[in-house]
Structure formats: structure tokens, C-alpha cells
Design a protein around this ligand. Structure first.
Ligand code: ADP
Ligand code: MG
Length: 700
């Protein structure tokens, strides 16, 4: 049988050198197998035509039949585009392209009857379709086509004639070439039977050439099942391995420091969610296995306290602990918070960052190595090899998304017996995603805020209405409150962004000349940053104008107003993080999202979600639905790349949980992975891991 994984795509009839290069570069398709697994992104019932006057801004993909009346070039610079005015007699719709301007006019003729396929959206009050697929209408027989697959192709490919239709033709060549031997079955017979799956080869044929929606659904189900199943099997198999391999330190007792802190120093009652999580952690660290726990809690839910209690457990059992923060500002703040909370207790807390002076380093490292330091607060600086602990028992990683799997692994290596790991994140990762990405971590959730918090009131304001905003800020400051004003800063447009920030700073200084204003951005020296932050935290300044360096962690309870400039440029989870900087004291707090008047459909949605909800999990779910998991902050840095070809984490949550159980049952039924019945499954797992370079092994 032909091995599709090794057969170069250029040998497929209809491909050749040139197209092969395009397929390689544009879609990473190198082998026949890659092509076989390049699935259509849509199917259109091509017997269904929409009329232009039916179109609205939020419809799924539609098919229209009509003609182009004229072309028009519009806009400047990055906004330069070509618009084709298209009509079917019931109205006009704009077809829009941002690239390939010259080529379009040559290719598409005015007055020819075309079938247009694309997704309508609303821009400046008009419906348009950006980068549509266009075919000559008479070349296609509507009724005979039934379900037509659509393949994503790039602009470069389209220009070389490799559009969706051409891809479909290649698929058909591929299936002719493969004949009966499309693919070997990858699931065991009992799994196929028990879960009513269709055979793989059949699913692959149908996914490319469905005859009707019913069989298409069956094929999609089979392929999604398989995709998610192997991810879950991989994770569960790996974590079982780890459980067996790694004995953990046992923290058997709750000792003096924990108890004294709890009864003497704790200024408030723990929330019941905090109590539950502390209990879960205590059970883990006393279990003889190494703990690997992900603690999710919305901003302000009191994760720091849980971290401190866990670190005191370590201390009471004769171990050191390390708290890792993503930024120096945050590490500094944690250090002072911990010292303040610990009061007179004999627990030594020290700070080590990249800016720790060369002079101070040796004594610090020595105290760490001989066990004099109980809690080290640090950044990436702790990962360096010369930082040695005496007996590291617990590592707490705050704001996880900046630390990937590799960093976690480095901390494991700091001790003979790897330390317990507690990862804390305020980026509430939706459950589906957490299960997929961190399937090897147990998850705890603080789903409750400390009592007395008033929900933050969020408003969306257009930039041309900002006088009202300034008035409001004045009022709050007069009442003794403080205000954050945040500007976006992304590296691609750094210069311009910094200018925006400087301009904004000057303007604020002018308007609020009776008050003091701090300024903070990532390009400033650490010392300077620290000083600006200190002035704001101590109340010397009333307003902090900043880039998103304040995104994580800082705690200034007296700040009640968060103004986010250019809010359209932030993702939902970032907006939520920023908003979480206020509402930490007892006073009513506000978040003001300032945007342009002109907004895309997407941005409008995001603003609506933000003004409508204070719940981080709800927002994260919405984010997942709007953007898709690939964009979620943290998934790139997690070190685990999932290239999901067909399953969708936002939509297939139920199936994911279902297959997780199937995977678990399999592991229980065949713990040694040697039952001939499941041979095909274990072999497939090995192949997938090898091909995808999944990095599970890097940790162990
Ligand atoms: P985050 O989860 O965002 O890291 P923090 O740990 O910074 O939250 O806690 C936010 C604020 O809530 C801090 O000022 C902290 O002292 C306070 N806090 C934490 N737990 C409680 C509690 N149980 N009751 C009252 N206030 C609390
Ligand atoms: Mg925190």
C-alpha cells in the first residue's frame, strides 16, 4: 500500500514543482497525507442561492449569482482596497479586496454572470463581502453540485489558479490515485463499534465529497472523535506515567507558622472558595505524589493568600518555597505584600530579579543554598543554573501564561525530588481549553470574590465625548480616589504607541494641572518604573498613565477608575485583566472603555460583552467563541501546539469530555499498553507524538 505520509505532493497528477512549492509554502502541505487531511472549511448547499436584498451583516457564508457593474479603488495606505459593485437585480453589495488589486480587474469582467461565495459583514453601514470566492456561473451546474466543499486558499495561491475549486480537483485526483487504499484504520474495532463510528477511509472520502448532510455529519463526528481522543489519550497517558515516576515531598503537618499566621496575622476570614482550595492543596502535598496544580481565580479573588498559606506549609515541614512572578514590578510587590502580611513571624522572604545588584547576589545565593531563606520571590532570574536551593519543596508560579512548559521543567530540576508546583492564573482559561492544554494538571478554582466587593461598573465611551470622562475623573479624584489611564503598546507599532502615550500624558497633565501624574511604560529603566509605581501606590500621584505593564498583579485598592484608551485594540481577556486592577477596595469602581466612533462588528461585540459581564469565565468563554483557541493568550506560550484540523474547542466541548472518558477507560483496560486488541491505538499515539513533536516528554 502506498505510504501517503512519505509520498511527496509534487508527484500527484495536477501538482508538479510549481504548485508543490506553493502548497508547501502557503499551506504546509508536503505529502499526500497532508493534502488528505486538508479539510474543507465550509460546505455550501450550492442548490441554494441568496438574494442581495436578503443580506445582513451577521450571516454565515452565502452564495449569490449576479454580475459586477463597476470597480472602484478606495482608501490610502494599509486601507487601500478595491471594491467591485455587484448586483443580482435585487440590490447592490460591495465585493472588497485588500490585495491583488491589479490582477482582479484583469480577471473578473464587468457584465459576466458570476457565482460569488463569501461571508457578508457590515462596514460603514453597508454590507460587503471581503475576499470572496468567484466562479463563472455557467461553468457550474447548480442543482448537480449538491454539497460543495470550500477549501481555504491564500491570495498567492488564487493568483496562480489554485483556488478552492482547483483544490477540490486535486482531492479528486488524490482519491483516484489511492483507490481502495485511502488510509489504514486508526481506531480499534471495539471502539469503532461501541461508539458507532464510521471507518476512517470512508470518513475521509465523505469529508471531501459529501453527498448529503447526514453522511457529512457522520464523517465529521468520526474525525473529530479521533482527533480529540488522541489528544486526551496522550495527556492522560503521560500524566499517569508521571504519577508513577515521581514521588513527592510529603508535607505531613500543619505547623507553627501556618497556625500562627492563620490565627494571629490573617486580617480577614478566608472565603469558602479559598478554604476549599487550601484543603485541596494540603491533600496533594501530603499524598506522596508530586503536586501539579493549576489554580484559576478571577482577578482579585485572593490567590496570593492561598500561595502564602501553601508556602507556610512548606516552611513548617522543613522546605523552602519559591514564588515566581512574570515581571519585576510584580515580584517586588509580592515581596512587600508577603513581608507585610507575615508581620513579625520568623519567615525570611527575599527578592531575586534580573536587577538584583551584583554585590547583593553572592550573599543572597548563599543564604538560599544553605537554607536561610524560606521564601524566595523571583522572576525568570531564578531559572539560571547558579541559583541553588537547599531544599526546595514548593514552587508557586503566578500568572502562568508567561511561563511555559519548559520553564516549569527547569524548576523541577532544581531539586532531587521535584518540588510541588502550584500554577496560579487570573486569565480564566475556559474549562475545555484547560482540559486540553493542561490535562496533566489538576485544576482548582476560586469562584468567589472576597465579601464586600462592589461589581465594577463598566462603560463604553466614544473618544469625541471625552469631556464627560474628564469631569468624572475630576470628581473621583476630589473624593480621594486614584485613576489609571492605559494605552495599548504593541511591538509592531511601538513608536507610534509610545507617542500616543506621551501625548496622552501631556494632555492629562494639562487638564489635571492641580494634581500629580505618574507615567509608566516598558521602555523605562527598572529603577524609574519602580519609583513611578511606588509614587502611585503610596498615593503621592493621583493618576497613572501607563501601557499595559500594569496588566498583571499590581494592587492599589484606592484606585477606582480604569480608563482604557483605544480599547478596540485589546482582546477581551486583556480588557478584563486591566479592569481587575480596580474594584479592590470597598469603594464603587469604574472601567471606561474609550474607542473610536467607527467600530467593526467584532469590536462592538467585545465592548458589549465587557459592559455586560464582570465574570472572567464568562468573558473567557465568549473570547474563545469570538477568536478561536489559537489566539487565546497563553496557548502559544504553553509549549504545546495543537493543530486542530476539524474539532473546535469552543463548539465541541461535549464531545471532548466524552472522548476523555473513552481514553480513560482505555488506559484502565490496558494499563501496560500491550493488549493486541489496542495495538493499533498505541501505535497511532506514538506516530502522532513523533510527527507533531508534542512536547509532553520535555517535562519528565
Ligand atoms: P489575585 O487573585 O488577583 O492575585 P490578590 O491575592 O491580589 O488577588 O487579592 C486581592 C485583594 O483581596 C488583596 O488586597 C487581598 O488582601 C484581598 N483579599 C484576599 N482574600 C481576602 C478575603 N478572604 N477577604 C477579604 N479580602 C481578601
Ligand atoms: Mg495576583
Amino acid at each position: 500500500m502506498l505510504d501517503t505520509t512519505t509520498r511527496n505532493i509534487k508527484f500527484l497528477p495536477g501538482v508538479g514543482e510549481q504548485r508543490a512549492t506553493l502548497l508547501n509554502r502557503e499551506l504546509k502541505i508536503y505529502s499526500l497525507y497532508d493534502l488528505l487531511y486538508y479539510f474543507p472549511y465550509r460546505y455550501v448547499d450550492r442548490s441554494r442561492l441568496f438574494m442581495v436584498n436578503e443580506l445582513t451583516g451577521n450571516m454565515p457564508y452565502v452564495q449569490l449569482c449576479g454580475e459586477i457593474r463597476s470597480f472602484e479603488e478606495m482608501g490610502e495606505g494599509a486601507g487601500r482596497r478595491i471594491v467591485a459593485h455587484f448586483t443580482d437585480g435585487t440590490g447592490f453589495v460591495d465585493l472588497v479586496w485588500f490585495r491583488g488589486l491589479k490582477y482582479l480587474k484583469d480577471r473578473y469582467k464587468i457584465g459576466t454572470s458570476y457565482l460569488v461565495f463569501g461571508k457578508p459583514s457590515l462596514f460603514n453601514g453597508r454590507v460587503n463581502i471581503a475576499h470572496p470566492d468567484i466562479d463563472v456561473a455557467e461553468a457550474l451546474q447548480l442543482s448537480a453540485m449538491g454539497l460543495q466543499p470550500y477549501y481555504n486558499t491564500t491570495e498567492k495561491m488564487k493568483r496562480a489558479g489554485l483556488n478552492s475549486q482547483a483544490m477540490a480537483k486535486l482531492m479528486s485526483n488524490l482519491f483516484t490515485l489511492l483507490g481502495e487504499n485511502v488510509a489504514d484504520e486508526t481506531l480499534s474495532p471495539d471502539i469503532i463499534k461501541k461508539h458507532n463510528l464510521i471507518p476512517l477511509a470512508e470518513a475521509l472520502r465523505i469529508i471531501h465529497f459529501p453527498r448529503n448532510p447526514q453522511e457529512l455529519r457522520e464523517a465529521q463526528y468520526r474525525l473529530k472523535f479521533e482527533e480529540l481522543f488522541y489528544i486526551q489519550l496522550s495527556i492522560l497517558h503521560y500524566s499517569k506515567d508521571r504519577m508513577q515516576k515521581y514521588v513527592g515531598h510529603r508535607f505531613t503537618k500543619v505547623g507553627e507558622m501556618f497556625n500562627r499566621f492563620y490565627s494571629e496575622n490573617l486580617p480577614f476570614e478566608l472565603t469558602s472558595a479559598q478554604k476549599r482550595v487550601v484543603k485541596e492543596i494540603r491533600r496533594d502535598v501530603n499524598s506522596n505524589h508530586q503536586m501539579n496544580r493549576l489554580l484559576q481565580g478571577d482577578v482579585g479573588s485572593g490567590k496570593t493568600l492561598v500561595a502564602l498559606l501553601s508556602m507556610l506549609l512548606a516552611k513548617d515541614n522543613g522546605y523552602q518555597a519559591c514564588l515566581m512572578a512574570p515581571t519585576e514590578i510584580l515580584a517586588e510587590q509580592h515581596t512587600s505584600t508577603l513581608r507585610r502580611m507575615l508581620g513579625g513571624l520568623p519567615v525570611r522572604v527575599e527578592l531575586l530579579t534580573g536587577s538584583t545588584k551584583a554585590k547583593e547576589r553572592p550573599p543572597l545565593l548563599e543564604a538560599l543554598a544553605n537554607g536561610d531563606i524560606d521564601i524566595l520571590v523571583s522572576t525568570h532570574a531564578v531559572l539560571e543554573d547558579n541559583v541553588q536551593f537547599n531544599n526546595l519543596g514548593l514552587v508557586v508560579i503566578d500568572e502562568q501564561h508567561r511561563f511555559g512548559v519548559v520553564q516549569r521543567a527547569k524548576m523541577w530540576a532544581k531539586n532531587n525530588i521535584p518540588p510541588h508546583i502550584l500554577v496560579m492564573t487570573a486569565t480564566p482559561i475556559p474549562r475545555t481549553l484547560a482540559m486540553t492544554l493542561y490535562g496533566d494538571l489538576d485544576v482548582s478554582v476560586i469562584d468567589e470574590l472576597p465579601p464586600g466587593r462592589k461589581p465594577i461598573s463598566t462603560m463604553h465611551i466614544f473618544r469625541n465625548r471625552s469631556e464627560g470622562l474628564y469631569e468624572f475623573m475630576h470628581k473621583q479624584i476630589k473624593e480621594g480616589r486614584q485613576v489609571y489611564v492605559v494605552y495599548p503598546l504593541i511591538s509592531e507599532s511601538e513608536k507610534l504607541d509610545l507617542k500616543n502615550l506621551e501625548d496622552g500624558y501631556k494632555q492629562i497633565c494639562n487638564i489635571f494641572c492641580d494634581y500629580s501624574v505618574s507615567k509608566l511604560h516598558g521602555k523605562m529603566k527598572p529603577k524609574e518604573k519602580e519609583e513611578q509605581m511606588r509614587r502611585f501606590a503610596s498615593g503621592e500621584t493621583q493618576i497613572l498613565v501607563s501601557t499595559t505593564v500594569i496588566e498583571v498583579g499590581v494592587d492599589v485598592p484606592n484606585a477606582t477608575v480604569m480608563v482604557i484608551e483605544n480599547a478596540e485594540r485589546f482582546g477581551l481577556s486583556q480588557l478584563h485583566q486591566l479592569r481587575g486592577r480596580v474594584g479592590r477596595g470597598g469603594n464603587q469602581s469604574y472601567c471606561m472603555l474609550v474607542t473610536d466612533y467607527k467600530l467593526s462588528e467584532d469590536t462592538r461585540k467585545r465592548m458589549e460583552i465587557m459592559t455586560g459581564s464582570n465574570d472572567g469565565f464568562e468573558i473567557a468563554e465568549a473570547d474563545l467563541k469570538l477568536r478561536g483557541p489559537g489566539d487565546i493568550e497563553g496557548t502559544q506560550q504553553s509549549g504545546i501546539a495543537f493543530d486542530l484540523k476539524i474539532a473546535n474547542l469552543a463548539r465541541d466541548e461535549q464531545l471532548l469530555q466524552y472522548v476523555r472518558n473513552v481514553a480513560r477507560e482505555l488506559i484502565e483496560a490496558d494499563p501496560q499498553c500491550n493488549n493486541p486488541l489496542y495495538k493499533v491505538v498505541w501505535e497511532r499515539l506514538r506516530t502522532i507524538k513523533r510527527n507533531n513533536n508534542w512536547n509532553w516528554g520535555a517535562i519528565s
